[in-house]
Design a protein around this ligand. Structure first.
Ligand SMILES: [Zn+2]
Length: 114
C-alpha cells in the first residue's frame, strides 16, 4: 500500500491537498487551514481507501474555494478565454471570488457535508 500525507493537527485524519493557491505553501489542509511546503510537517500513513476517498471529496468541494484563493495570488488568470491580470477582472467577478473565499468553513468533516 502506498502512503498518503495527513495533517498533523487533529485526530480526524485529513490528507493534504496539493495546491499553489496559498502563498509559500504547496499543501493545504481543508479541515483546519494548515499550510505547509515541500518539506512538510505532515504524517505519512497508509493510503487507505477511506483516506483516498476523503481526499478526493475534499478536493471536489474545495475546487471553487481554491480557485478563488489562487486568483488572489496569481500573476495571471483567464477570463472568457483571455489571459489577464487578476486586477483586471470585472468587479462582479472579484466580488464573487471574495464571497467564495469568505464562505469556506473549517472544522467540517467531509462526511458531514454529503
Ligand atoms: Zn489540518
Amino acid at each position: 500500500m502506498s502512503n498518503i500525507i495527513i495533517c498533523p493537527n487533529h485526530e480526524y485524519q485529513v490528507p493534504f491537498i496539493s495546491t499553489m493557491a496559498f502563498m509559500g505553501a504547496e499543501k493545504w489542509c481543508p479541515y483546519c487551514g494548515h499550510t505547509t511546503g515541500i518539506f512538510h510537517d505532515g504524517k505519512e500513513v497508509d493510503a487507505t481507501p477511506e483516506l483516498i476517498k476523503r481526499q478526493v471529496d475534499y478536493r471536489e468541494v474545495s475546487k471553487d474555494f481554491i480557485h478563488a484563493k489562487g486568483v488572489t495570488h496569481c500573476s495571471l488568470t483567464t477570463w472568457k478565454g483571455n489571459a489577464i491580470l487578476p486586477d483586471q477582472l470585472p468587479q462582479e467577478e472579484k466580488d464573487r471570488l471574495a464571497q467564495i473565499r469568505g464562505e469556506w468553513k473549517y472544522n467540517i468533516k467531509i462526511e458531514e457535508t454529503v
